[in-house]
Design a binder for this molecule. Structure first.
Ligand code: TXA
Ligand code: MG
Length: 335
């Protein structure tokens, strides 16, 4: 039997299959099966009030699980699906509350990755899939990351190579008067505004200490974190390098293992510490693609402390900085 058919059969029978998508690897189970969703929460160690995204392969499947499909949803689906965009809509009874974390809304995405599409088609047509990491860890961008976190807890891992985007999908809530971004991603605010006109960013995302809680339950948890203590150093490039060098010299003299998340432009300027370049500053797509893998690499190297340079927060940078600052528990050093 072909692997995809076997994988689809596992999902139909309530089992769990990790699979590649263009954003990050997902941990898939049948979204219409309450027991399968419960098993996903268990395997990840994820709080069960944090809803799952339902992955579909055709537009009819959207009609089948949403109570209504507003005009904005059709416009966005036409422009960005299949692709790295998740829409929040009101749900009907087809998707159980176990999948939506008790919410009356459902998150839906049509991924572009061919393996993901084939798997959805070979299963029930509705795959609930969070990122395939242990809750709190950096999301997996390679099959080996999934294996590291979930081996022995799930039925199968499909290896599709390195994820080409490397950050999770943009989430847009269409149940608000003005469409609202609940999680920034590869599809930026500016691009969404081109299609819809008015779009705003969830005010709960903007400041760590904001009074307002983020609307997506998952965005309130510490997330994406490496085991080492990660701090982001922000400021003018030369001052950032000098401050990281100063702190690294002090810490290594004390016997600490220090990692430095640098860029191609700065990597040669560091003295002590273990330096990983995330890519060129001029290539924000490369930075997005390498962020989680670099954090995992530092863990594999057994670092105690990591200093990361800050990045521009324009365009995809908004998503990069959102994930990096969450991974750092919002520890920022301004120089
Ligand atoms: O790119 C992605 O979206 C990846 C791949 C696998 O598709 N999936 C992913 O899922 O990132 P996960 O579970 O790691 O993140 C889902 C986020 C969480 O922050 C969750 O709280 C939010 O989506 N979410 C899901 N359903 C929601 C709903 N009905 N209302 C508000 N937020 C929701
Ligand atoms: Mg996740």
């Amino acid at each position: 039997m072909k692997t995809i058919e076997r994988a689809g059969g596992i999902i139909k029978n309530g089992g769990l299959v990790a699979f590649p998508t263009e954003t990050v690897y997902g941990l898939g189970g049948d979204a219409t099966n309450a027991g399968a969703s419960q098993r996903i929460y268990q395997a990840k160690g994820r709080p069960s009030d944090n809803p799952l995204i339902v992955h579909i392969a055709d537009i009819e499947s959207l009609e089948a699980i949403a109570a209504e499909v507003p005009r904005e949803a059709r416009l966005l689906a036409e422009r960005f699906w299949p692709g790295p965009l998740t829409l929040i809509l009101r749900k009907n009874d087809k998707i159980p509350y176990e999948t939506t974390g008790g919410m009356d809304t459902v998150a839906v995405r049509m991924p572009a990755d061919p393996v993901a599409r084939a798997l959805i088609q070979a299963s029930t047509g509705y795959i609930a899939a969070p990122s395939a990491n242990t809750s709190g860890r950096p999301s997996p961008t390679e099959a080996s990351h999934v294996k590291e976190d979930l081996w022995g807890r799930i039925d199968l891992i499909l290896d599709g190579g390195e994820a080409c985007i490397g950050l999770e999908s943009t989430i847009v809530d269409l149940t608000e008067d003005v469409p609202m971004i609940l999680r920034p991603g590869y599809i930026t605010l500016e691009t969404l505004q081109e299609v819809l006109g008015r779009v705003r960013l969830d005010p709960g995302l903007i400041a760590a200490d904001s009074e307002e809680k983020p609307k997506a339950p998952g965005m309130k948890y510490r997330h994406y974190a490496p085991r080492a203590d990660l701090k982001v150093v922000e400021g003018e490039s030369r001052a950032v390098v000098a401050e990281i060098n100063r702190r690294t010299a002090l810490l290594t003299a004390d016997g600490a293992r220090v990692g430095i998340l640098a860029t191609d432009e700065t990597k040669a300027l560091y003295g002590k510490g273990t330096v990983i370049s995330i890519g060129a500053r001029t290539d924000e797509k490369a930075i997005a693609r390498h962020l989680y893998g670099s954090l995992r690499e530092f863990d594999a190297l057994g670092m105690d402390v990591i200093f990361s340079e800050g990045f521009s927060d324009a365009g995809i940078g908004q998503a990069i900085m959102n994930r990096l600052l969450k991974a750092a528990g919002h520890q920022i050093l301004e120089v």
